[in-house]
Ligand binder design. Structure first.
Ligand SMILES: *Cc1c(COP(=O)(O)O)cnc(C)c1O
Length: 626
């Protein structure tokens, strides 16, 4: 709810929270979001709701648990227009919050509105014209100022993991898994009722909610080294296929003790579990989900796909700011350790001291590297960092009674996510020209900054630019913006060229994001996962994003950017390892080598190719200058 509230506000979308069973729908609504099963574990039949929504042309989105959909009637069958959710429970660890892939599905009639689709004419192998269609959200397809999404880096690797889980288990295996989950939950429910607990959900898939004296319950459970969910006035327990009968029996006993219950027999394994809204139709009938059900077959299938990829184990991929490199196994190994991989995102903070220490040290190191006061580790990608940073700037202007400032200047050379993020943050994009050398046209910048003076919110600038040039006038550029009361957002995707030599703080920026999956060694995974922490100057620290459940962020923090307090926490460990292994000297040296290599290539190529953009020999603002 908090994330949706945060996203809706800058776009001027008004939210009304209510009960789908009793809400009075009318023409003022354009969309609705319901949850299936809901946060208490209850499964509602929304058929009547979607029917009346249709009368008023209201589109219905459903947030669904994909594992439950193996057993339950599909949202499409009861009239939903869009279904979204997390695929985490298809074989991906909790990872203290992420990374996980989401899924997004919609009716046939809506597919052309999915962000990033491309439809083009090309030739097939016989030379005949063919229509080609792809659905994706990578940078080439971001619609800049017309964007409805700013997603560039996604969760491709995690999507592959979840899909391979489905390929391996197939429809039959998934049904067994989902049925086992439901059965275990039913068995626990019966036991809890025998102990005298009042279960508040009338039906369930995997989650039970019950009333209790939550403070006393928490003390009792923590003494027994057990965490459950505490949500509003109820306790919740969710079961998955990794929850063993031993664990459930233990839980049963401990919860029985809490009620001084005499009924403490073992849980019954063969209970009949309810079949509310049962899905009778067959799912996943395609060959790929019905072919590879042994370890050997699965391994061969995955290897066959892998062989089709050109990757870093074959050679160099010199892809701009992605600075793709083969990373040390030492940096990668810890993400497989259960101590890091299996934590729930809302584990009480006093039980996560290891992670907390890593967050603290990593944030301190990134603050030093960026020359900024504080760092937020919440944003899940560079583009999410851009959005967060602009929302922080917006909060700053609002706190100064200057909420009218909504113009965001962006050079024409900028990466597509920049204008897209500005649109998502409720800003209006004004483009600034570039000169023939690829640098920002200072005169045009001055004209536009002064034209919009009182309404200037921010400049987004990439340094070095997307053309690969250290703009020599960067300090003048940032001071022009400050003179007109704007803030400078520096796109830090090219930070590989700055670390240890210069910094966003030094050139006068106020906020920047870092693409940890570019500069700081998280492998790109064919498009993700990534992390996009933001660093901010002191006057902005108090606006860093918070979380409604776990305290983090600044004292006047903007609302949560995503559900997990520290984003894709697990992969932060990779960047932590990279920074600690290299140390200050090593980081600086890798920057120097990167710059040297680029210049070496340029020198080698310049007699054969026309090198489009280059700056003067760089003596720029080095850390040693001031
Ligand atoms: C990669 C990149 C982004 C977007 O970052 P993601 O992590 O992919 O969202 C933004 N700006 C520039 C210059 C980039 O190279």
């Amino acid at each position: 709810m908090e994330v949706i509230t945060a996203r809706a506000e800058p776009l001027g979308i008004e939210l009304v929270f209510g009960d789908p069973k009793s809400i009075d729908l009318n023409n003022e609504f354009f969309g609705a979001i319901v949850q299936y099963p809901n946060a208490y574990g209850d499964i509602y039949d929304y058929g009547d709701f979607t029917n009346s929504a249709k009368e008023f042309d209201i589109q219905v989105s459903v947030i669904a648990d994909i594992m439950s959909l193996v057993l339950l009637k599909s949202p499409g069958s009861w009239g939903a227009d869009v279904v979204v959710g997390s695929t985490q429970r298809f074989g991906v660890p909790m990872s203290y919050g992420g990374p996980h892939a989401a899924f997004f599905a919609c009716r046939e009639s809506h597919k052309r509105f999915i962000p990033g689709r491309i439809i083009g004419v090309s030739l097939d192998t016989h030379g005949n014209p063919a229509l080609r269609m792809a659905l994706q959200t990578r940078e080439q397809h971001i619609k800049r100022g017309k964007a409805t999404s700013n997603i560039c880096t996604a969760q491709a690797l995690l999507a592959v993991m979840a899909s391979m889980y489905v390929v391996y288990h197939g429809p039959k295996g998934l049904k067994v898994i989902a049925n086992t989950i439901r059965q275990k939950t039913t068995s626990l429910k019966n036991a809890l009722i025998n102990h005298g607990y009042e279960i508040i959900n009338s039906n369930h898939f995997d989650t039970l909610s019950f009333k209790a004296d939550l403070n006393a319950l928490k003390i009792h459970l923590e003494k027994n080294e057990i965490n459950v969910g505490y949500y509003k006035n109820v306790a919740t327990i969710s079961v998955d296929e990794t929850t063993s009968w031993e664990k459930l029996n233990l839980l049963n006993q401990i919860l029985g003790d809490f009620k001084n219950s005499n009924s403490k027999s073992e849980l019954e394994k063969n209970v009949k579990s309810s079949a509310y809204l049962e899905n009778k139709s067959l799912v996943l009938q395609q060959n790929v989900f019905n072919s590879y059900h042994s370890e050997t077959e699965m391994m061969r299938y995955i290897k066959k796909l892998e062989n089709k990829d050109l990757s870093l184990v074959h050679g160099m991929i010199s892809l701009g700011s992605c600075t793709m490199k083969l990373n040390a196994a030492t940096e990668m190994e810890p993400i497989t350790w259960p101590e890091f991989a299996n934590l729930h995102p809302f584990t009480p903070v006093d039980q996560t001291e290891g992670y907390q220490q890593i967050f603290k040290e990593l944030a301190e190191d990134l603050s030093e590297i960026t020359g900024f006061d504080q760092v937020s580790l919440q944003p899940n990608s560079g583009a999410q960092g851009e959005y967060s940073g602009l929302m922080v700037i917006r909060a700053f202007h609002i706190s100064n009674d200057e909420g009218h400032r909504n113009i965001c200047l962006i050079p024409t050379s900028a990466h597509g996510t920049n204008p897209a993020s500005a649109v998502m943050a409720g800003m209006e994009v004004v483009l600034v020209k570039c000169d023939d050398l690829g640098n920002i046209d200072i005169e045009d910048l001055k004209t536009k900054a002064s034209l919009h003076g009182n309404n200037l919110a921010a400049l987004m600038v990439t340094y070095p630019s997307t053309h690969g040039v250290f703009e020599k006038d960067i300090k003048e550029i940032t001071s022009i913006i400050h003179d007109f009361g704007g803030q400078v957002y520096m796109d830090g995707a090219n930070m590989n060229a700055q670390v240890g030599l210069t910094s966003p703080g030094l050139i006068g920026a106020d906020v920047c994001h870092l693409n940890l999956h570019k500069t700081f060694a998280i492998p790109h995974g064919g498009g993700g996962p990534g992390m996009g922490p933001i660093g901010v100057a002191k006057h902005l620290s108090k606006f860093l994003p918070g979380n409604p459940i776990i305290k983090t962020g600044g004292e006047n923090g903007i609302k949560a950017i995503n559900g997990a307090p520290w984003g894709s926490a697990l992969i932060l460990i990779i960047s932590y390892g990279y920074i600690k292994l290299l140390g200050a000297k090593g980081l600086k040296k890798s920057t120097e080598i990167a710059i040297l290599n680029a210049n070496y290539l340029q020198a080698k190529l310049k007699n054969h190719y026309n090198v489009l953009y280059s700056g003067p020999i760089w003596k720029g603002c080095s850390r040693n200058d001031s």
